[in-house]
Design a protein around this ligand. Structure first.
Ligand code: DON
Length: 339
Protein backbone atom coordinates (compact mmCIF):
# COMPACT_ATOMS: atom_id res chain seq x y z
CA UNK A 1 0.00 0.00 0.00
CA UNK A 2 1.18 3.55 -0.76
CA UNK A 3 1.63 6.33 1.82
CA UNK A 4 -1.48 8.01 0.40
CA UNK A 5 -3.52 4.82 0.89
CA UNK A 6 -2.01 4.29 4.33
CA UNK A 7 -3.03 7.85 5.28
CA UNK A 8 0.35 8.84 6.70
CA UNK A 9 1.23 11.82 4.52
CA UNK A 10 0.16 14.28 7.21
CA UNK A 11 2.63 12.89 9.74
CA UNK A 12 6.07 14.48 9.58
CA UNK A 13 9.08 12.20 9.35
CA UNK A 14 9.99 11.80 13.00
CA UNK A 15 13.53 10.52 13.37
CA UNK A 16 14.34 8.76 16.59
CA UNK A 17 17.59 6.88 16.72
CA UNK A 18 17.63 6.88 20.52
CA UNK A 19 16.06 4.56 23.08
CA UNK A 20 12.44 3.42 23.35
CA UNK A 21 10.04 6.40 23.73
CA UNK A 22 8.33 6.86 27.13
CA UNK A 23 5.36 4.60 28.00
CA UNK A 24 2.68 7.30 27.88
CA UNK A 25 3.80 8.34 24.40
CA UNK A 26 3.63 4.75 23.09
CA UNK A 27 0.20 4.31 24.74
CA UNK A 28 -1.20 7.47 23.14
CA UNK A 29 0.20 6.69 19.69
CA UNK A 30 -0.99 3.06 19.79
CA UNK A 31 -4.49 4.36 20.50
CA UNK A 32 -4.20 6.88 17.64
CA UNK A 33 -2.91 4.17 15.26
CA UNK A 34 -5.89 1.97 16.15
CA UNK A 35 -8.40 4.80 15.50
CA UNK A 36 -6.87 5.61 12.12
CA UNK A 37 -6.83 2.02 10.94
CA UNK A 38 -10.41 1.46 12.08
CA UNK A 39 -11.52 3.75 9.24
CA UNK A 40 -10.26 1.19 6.71
CA UNK A 41 -12.71 -1.50 5.66
CA UNK A 42 -11.08 -2.45 2.36
CA UNK A 43 -9.64 -5.89 1.60
CA UNK A 44 -11.18 -9.31 2.13
CA UNK A 45 -10.67 -12.23 4.47
CA UNK A 46 -8.81 -15.29 3.14
CA UNK A 47 -11.05 -18.10 1.98
CA UNK A 48 -8.73 -20.59 0.26
CA UNK A 49 -8.45 -22.28 3.67
CA UNK A 50 -12.21 -22.83 4.18
CA UNK A 51 -12.36 -22.23 7.94
CA UNK A 52 -10.70 -18.80 7.65
CA UNK A 53 -13.65 -17.49 5.63
CA UNK A 54 -15.91 -17.82 8.69
CA UNK A 55 -13.98 -15.28 10.77
CA UNK A 56 -15.47 -11.96 11.98
CA UNK A 57 -13.92 -9.41 9.57
CA UNK A 58 -14.17 -6.64 12.18
CA UNK A 59 -11.82 -8.19 14.75
CA UNK A 60 -8.95 -5.74 15.21
CA UNK A 61 -6.20 -5.32 17.77
CA UNK A 62 -2.80 -3.68 17.90
CA UNK A 63 -0.10 -4.28 20.51
CA UNK A 64 3.36 -2.79 20.98
CA UNK A 65 5.81 -4.66 23.22
CA UNK A 66 8.97 -2.76 24.01
CA UNK A 67 12.39 -4.20 24.84
CA UNK A 68 11.99 -3.14 28.48
CA UNK A 69 9.06 -5.54 28.83
CA UNK A 70 6.36 -2.85 28.58
CA UNK A 71 3.18 -3.80 26.70
CA UNK A 72 0.82 -1.27 25.09
CA UNK A 73 -2.38 -2.63 23.56
CA UNK A 74 -5.64 -1.42 22.06
CA UNK A 75 -8.64 -3.36 20.72
CA UNK A 76 -9.02 -7.12 20.33
CA UNK A 77 -5.48 -8.00 21.35
CA UNK A 78 -6.57 -11.17 23.17
CA UNK A 79 -8.65 -12.55 20.28
CA UNK A 80 -6.95 -15.71 19.03
CA UNK A 81 -6.28 -16.66 15.41
CA UNK A 82 -3.88 -18.98 13.60
CA UNK A 83 -0.36 -17.65 13.19
CA UNK A 84 -0.07 -18.92 9.57
CA UNK A 85 2.92 -17.53 7.65
CA UNK A 86 4.23 -15.50 10.58
CA UNK A 87 5.46 -18.84 11.94
CA UNK A 88 7.92 -18.94 9.02
CA UNK A 89 10.06 -16.15 10.49
CA UNK A 90 10.36 -17.87 13.87
CA UNK A 91 10.99 -21.37 12.53
CA UNK A 92 13.67 -19.83 10.33
CA UNK A 93 15.26 -18.17 13.38
CA UNK A 94 15.22 -21.48 15.27
CA UNK A 95 16.83 -23.25 12.31
CA UNK A 96 19.52 -20.57 11.94
CA UNK A 97 20.27 -20.95 15.63
CA UNK A 98 20.80 -24.69 15.09
CA UNK A 99 22.62 -24.95 11.75
CA UNK A 100 24.14 -21.49 11.33
CA UNK A 101 24.22 -18.59 8.89
CA UNK A 102 26.13 -20.19 5.98
CA UNK A 103 24.17 -23.43 5.85
CA UNK A 104 20.78 -21.70 5.84
CA UNK A 105 21.97 -19.24 3.20
CA UNK A 106 22.89 -22.16 0.91
CA UNK A 107 19.90 -24.40 1.58
CA UNK A 108 17.00 -21.95 1.81
CA UNK A 109 18.21 -18.65 0.30
CA UNK A 110 17.53 -15.00 1.06
CA UNK A 111 16.26 -13.41 -2.17
CA UNK A 112 12.72 -12.24 -2.93
CA UNK A 113 10.87 -14.13 -5.67
CA UNK A 114 8.69 -11.17 -6.69
CA UNK A 115 5.89 -13.73 -6.92
CA UNK A 116 3.02 -14.93 -4.73
CA UNK A 117 3.76 -16.80 -1.49
CA UNK A 118 2.54 -20.12 -2.91
CA UNK A 119 4.07 -19.80 -6.37
CA UNK A 120 5.16 -22.99 -8.12
CA UNK A 121 6.53 -20.99 -11.06
CA UNK A 122 9.07 -19.34 -8.72
CA UNK A 123 10.57 -22.76 -7.97
CA UNK A 124 10.81 -23.68 -11.63
CA UNK A 125 12.27 -20.30 -12.61
CA UNK A 126 15.03 -20.81 -10.04
CA UNK A 127 16.06 -24.40 -10.87
CA UNK A 128 14.30 -25.83 -7.84
CA UNK A 129 15.77 -23.36 -5.35
CA UNK A 130 13.25 -22.39 -2.64
CA UNK A 131 14.63 -18.79 -2.74
CA UNK A 132 13.71 -17.52 0.74
CA UNK A 133 12.13 -18.84 3.96
CA UNK A 134 9.10 -16.51 3.84
CA UNK A 135 7.43 -18.10 0.79
CA UNK A 136 5.84 -21.53 1.12
CA UNK A 137 8.62 -23.33 -0.76
CA UNK A 138 11.32 -21.89 1.50
CA UNK A 139 9.23 -22.43 4.61
CA UNK A 140 8.71 -26.10 3.73
CA UNK A 141 12.47 -26.46 3.13
CA UNK A 142 13.11 -24.75 6.49
CA UNK A 143 10.70 -26.99 8.41
CA UNK A 144 12.24 -30.06 6.71
CA UNK A 145 15.66 -29.05 8.07
CA UNK A 146 14.51 -28.63 11.68
CA UNK A 147 16.31 -30.93 14.12
CA UNK A 148 14.89 -34.41 14.69
CA UNK A 149 14.93 -37.66 12.77
CA UNK A 150 11.15 -37.77 12.26
CA UNK A 151 8.08 -35.58 11.97
CA UNK A 152 7.21 -35.86 15.69
CA UNK A 153 10.60 -34.52 16.79
CA UNK A 154 10.56 -31.73 14.24
CA UNK A 155 7.07 -30.73 15.36
CA UNK A 156 8.19 -30.70 18.97
CA UNK A 157 11.16 -28.46 18.09
CA UNK A 158 8.84 -26.07 16.20
CA UNK A 159 6.09 -25.90 18.86
CA UNK A 160 8.38 -25.54 21.85
CA UNK A 161 10.58 -23.03 20.01
CA UNK A 162 7.66 -20.78 19.02
CA UNK A 163 6.26 -21.06 22.56
CA UNK A 164 9.55 -19.71 23.93
CA UNK A 165 9.28 -16.71 21.61
CA UNK A 166 5.71 -16.12 22.87
CA UNK A 167 6.58 -16.76 26.52
CA UNK A 168 3.71 -19.21 26.91
CA UNK A 169 2.73 -22.69 25.72
CA UNK A 170 1.18 -22.40 22.25
CA UNK A 171 -1.35 -24.97 21.04
CA UNK A 172 -2.79 -25.93 17.68
CA UNK A 173 -6.29 -24.89 16.55
CA UNK A 174 -7.41 -28.38 15.49
CA UNK A 175 -10.22 -27.02 13.31
CA UNK A 176 -7.86 -24.80 11.33
CA UNK A 177 -5.33 -27.64 11.07
CA UNK A 178 -7.96 -30.06 9.73
CA UNK A 179 -9.40 -27.48 7.32
CA UNK A 180 -5.99 -26.70 5.83
CA UNK A 181 -4.81 -30.33 5.84
CA UNK A 182 -7.87 -31.30 3.79
CA UNK A 183 -7.25 -28.62 1.14
CA UNK A 184 -3.48 -28.03 0.97
CA UNK A 185 -2.89 -29.84 -2.33
CA UNK A 186 -0.74 -27.00 -3.56
CA UNK A 187 1.65 -27.19 -0.62
CA UNK A 188 1.91 -30.95 -1.10
CA UNK A 189 2.78 -30.32 -4.76
CA UNK A 190 5.40 -27.73 -3.76
CA UNK A 191 7.01 -30.12 -1.24
CA UNK A 192 7.10 -32.94 -3.77
CA UNK A 193 8.57 -30.63 -6.40
CA UNK A 194 11.29 -29.60 -3.93
CA UNK A 195 11.94 -33.28 -3.23
CA UNK A 196 12.36 -33.90 -6.98
CA UNK A 197 15.07 -31.21 -7.00
CA UNK A 198 16.79 -32.77 -3.96
CA UNK A 199 15.85 -29.78 -1.80
CA UNK A 200 13.85 -31.85 0.70
CA UNK A 201 15.60 -34.98 1.92
CA UNK A 202 12.85 -36.31 4.15
CA UNK A 203 9.24 -37.45 3.45
CA UNK A 204 7.67 -34.36 1.78
CA UNK A 205 4.15 -35.11 3.02
CA UNK A 206 5.38 -35.39 6.60
CA UNK A 207 7.02 -31.99 6.14
CA UNK A 208 3.74 -30.51 4.86
CA UNK A 209 1.96 -31.94 7.89
CA UNK A 210 4.39 -30.32 10.36
CA UNK A 211 4.23 -27.06 8.40
CA UNK A 212 0.40 -27.13 8.40
CA UNK A 213 0.38 -27.63 12.18
CA UNK A 214 2.87 -24.81 12.73
CA UNK A 215 0.60 -22.50 10.68
CA UNK A 216 -2.39 -23.55 12.83
CA UNK A 217 -0.77 -22.52 16.14
CA UNK A 218 -3.12 -20.17 17.98
CA UNK A 219 -1.83 -16.72 18.94
CA UNK A 220 -3.24 -13.27 19.64
CA UNK A 221 -1.87 -9.81 18.82
CA UNK A 222 -0.30 -9.63 22.28
CA UNK A 223 1.62 -12.88 21.64
CA UNK A 224 2.77 -11.58 18.27
CA UNK A 225 4.07 -8.36 19.81
CA UNK A 226 6.03 -10.31 22.46
CA UNK A 227 7.41 -12.66 19.78
CA UNK A 228 8.40 -9.67 17.62
CA UNK A 229 9.96 -7.88 20.60
CA UNK A 230 12.17 -10.95 21.16
CA UNK A 231 13.56 -10.40 17.65
CA UNK A 232 13.93 -6.68 18.51
CA UNK A 233 15.89 -7.48 21.66
CA UNK A 234 18.72 -9.64 20.34
CA UNK A 235 16.84 -12.89 20.94
CA UNK A 236 15.91 -12.32 24.59
CA UNK A 237 12.17 -12.40 25.33
CA UNK A 238 11.72 -9.05 27.17
CA UNK A 239 8.74 -10.34 29.15
CA UNK A 240 10.13 -13.69 30.36
CA UNK A 241 13.83 -12.77 30.20
CA UNK A 242 14.58 -16.05 28.41
CA UNK A 243 17.29 -16.14 25.73
CA UNK A 244 15.54 -17.83 22.79
CA UNK A 245 18.03 -17.34 19.92
CA UNK A 246 21.29 -15.45 19.44
CA UNK A 247 21.56 -11.79 18.46
CA UNK A 248 23.20 -12.82 15.16
CA UNK A 249 20.19 -14.99 14.34
CA UNK A 250 17.83 -12.05 14.99
CA UNK A 251 19.89 -9.86 12.67
CA UNK A 252 19.73 -12.49 9.89
CA UNK A 253 16.01 -13.16 10.39
CA UNK A 254 15.17 -9.44 10.28
CA UNK A 255 17.16 -9.00 7.07
CA UNK A 256 15.17 -11.76 5.39
CA UNK A 257 11.88 -10.39 6.74
CA UNK A 258 12.78 -6.97 5.33
CA UNK A 259 13.46 -8.46 1.89
CA UNK A 260 10.51 -10.87 1.70
CA UNK A 261 8.20 -10.66 4.73
CA UNK A 262 5.31 -9.09 2.80
CA UNK A 263 5.91 -11.18 -0.31
CA UNK A 264 5.76 -9.29 -3.60
CA UNK A 265 4.76 -6.16 -1.64
CA UNK A 266 7.94 -6.19 0.46
CA UNK A 267 9.47 -3.30 -1.48
CA UNK A 268 6.39 -1.11 -0.94
CA UNK A 269 6.32 -2.03 2.73
CA UNK A 270 9.99 -1.16 3.22
CA UNK A 271 9.59 2.06 1.25
CA UNK A 272 6.65 3.28 3.33
CA UNK A 273 7.21 1.69 6.76
CA UNK A 274 10.97 1.10 6.76
CA UNK A 275 10.99 -1.89 9.12
CA UNK A 276 11.16 -5.70 8.83
CA UNK A 277 7.71 -7.27 8.93
CA UNK A 278 5.92 -10.57 8.39
CA UNK A 279 2.29 -11.19 7.55
CA UNK A 280 0.00 -14.18 7.93
CA UNK A 281 -3.07 -15.03 5.91
CA UNK A 282 -5.35 -15.23 8.99
CA UNK A 283 -4.76 -11.48 9.47
CA UNK A 284 -1.75 -11.35 11.79
CA UNK A 285 1.16 -9.01 11.14
CA UNK A 286 4.42 -8.50 13.03
CA UNK A 287 6.84 -5.62 12.70
CA UNK A 288 10.20 -5.23 14.41
CA UNK A 289 12.04 -2.01 15.27
CA UNK A 290 15.46 -3.39 16.25
CA UNK A 291 16.52 -2.42 19.78
CA UNK A 292 13.15 -0.79 20.43
CA UNK A 293 9.81 -2.53 19.97
CA UNK A 294 7.91 -5.40 18.43
CA UNK A 295 4.45 -4.67 17.02
CA UNK A 296 1.73 -7.30 16.72
CA UNK A 297 -1.46 -6.57 14.79
CA UNK A 298 -4.56 -8.56 13.97
CA UNK A 299 -7.20 -7.61 11.40
CA UNK A 300 -8.31 -10.29 8.95
CA UNK A 301 -9.15 -8.23 5.86
CA UNK A 302 -6.18 -8.67 3.49
CA UNK A 303 -4.77 -6.95 0.44
CA UNK A 304 -4.31 -8.98 -2.74
CA UNK A 305 -0.86 -10.26 -1.61
CA UNK A 306 -2.31 -11.63 1.66
CA UNK A 307 -1.26 -8.84 4.05
CA UNK A 308 -3.61 -7.37 6.71
CA UNK A 309 -4.89 -3.95 5.57
CA UNK A 310 -5.66 -2.47 9.00
CA UNK A 311 -2.48 -4.01 10.34
CA UNK A 312 -0.46 -2.20 7.69
CA UNK A 313 -2.25 1.12 8.28
CA UNK A 314 -1.79 1.00 12.07
CA UNK A 315 1.85 -0.05 11.76
CA UNK A 316 2.59 2.65 9.18
CA UNK A 317 1.23 5.24 11.60
CA UNK A 318 3.34 3.92 14.47
CA UNK A 319 6.48 3.77 12.35
CA UNK A 320 6.09 7.43 11.39
CA UNK A 321 4.84 8.77 14.69
CA UNK A 322 7.35 6.91 16.87
CA UNK A 323 10.21 7.57 14.43
CA UNK A 324 10.97 3.88 13.90
CA UNK A 325 11.91 3.83 10.19
CA UNK A 326 15.43 2.37 10.09
CA UNK A 327 16.30 4.34 6.95
CA UNK A 328 15.40 7.78 8.31
CA UNK A 329 18.09 10.10 9.63
CA UNK A 330 18.69 13.77 10.35
CA UNK A 331 21.88 15.50 9.45
CA UNK A 332 24.28 15.06 12.34
CA UNK A 333 24.86 18.82 12.07
CA UNK A 334 21.25 19.67 12.95
CA UNK A 335 20.99 21.75 16.06
CA UNK A 336 24.65 22.67 15.95
CA UNK A 337 26.13 25.95 14.84
CA UNK A 338 29.02 25.82 12.44
CA UNK A 339 31.30 28.32 14.15
O1 DON B 1 0.57 -22.42 3.47
C1 DON B 1 -0.37 -21.63 3.45
O2 DON B 1 -0.90 -21.29 2.40
C2 DON B 1 -0.83 -21.04 4.76
N1 DON B 1 -0.73 -22.02 5.81
C3 DON B 1 -0.03 -19.85 5.14
C4 DON B 1 -0.04 -18.77 4.09
C5 DON B 1 0.12 -17.40 4.60
O3 DON B 1 -0.06 -17.11 5.77
C6 DON B 1 0.40 -16.38 3.59
N2 DON B 1 0.44 -15.09 4.20
N3 DON B 1 0.04 -14.07 4.02
Amino acid sequence: MRASELGINDIGIAVDTGPVPPDDRIDALTEAAYRRALEHAEGSVADYIPILAAVDPEGFGICVADVNGGVHEVGDTRLTFSIQSISKAFVYALLCDTVGHEAVFDMVGVNNTGLAFNSVVAIELNDGHPMNPMVNAGALATTALMPGGGAAEKWDAVRTGLSRFAGRELRVDEEVYRSEAATNHRNRAIAQLLESYGRIQTDPLDVVDVYTKQCALLVDAHDLAVMASTLADGGVNPVTGEKVVSAEVCRDTLAVMAASGLYERSGEWLFEIGLPGKSGVAGGLITVAPGKVGIGAYAPRLDSAGNSVRGQVATAYLSRALGLNIFASDSHFSGRTNE
